[in-house]
Write a new protein. Structure first.
Length: 68
């Protein structure tokens, strides 16, 4: 299983940037209440939790490559 922690920033300085271009196409601003249809299921679940609660939940997704 793959674990992830998500934190909500209330403020930051500088410009957001894609720090892992080998893993992600880029960054996009989208509404949390209505993510795009091709949004990864993990990201869609996180958006839903941030918009509607709960503030904590253990979610499990299988990792790619067969490692568990």
């Amino acid at each position: 299983m793959s674990d992830a922690a998500v934190f909500l920033a209330r403020s930051w300085t500088g410009e957001p940037h894609n720090a892992e271009p080998d893993k992600h196409e880029g960054m996009f601003w989208v509404p949390m209440e209505k993510p795009p249809p091709d949004c990864h299921p993990c990201t869609a679940a996180i958006f839903h939790m941030l918009a509607h609660g709960p503030s904590y939940r253990a979610l499990h997704w299988a990792t790619s490559g067969g490692a568990q």
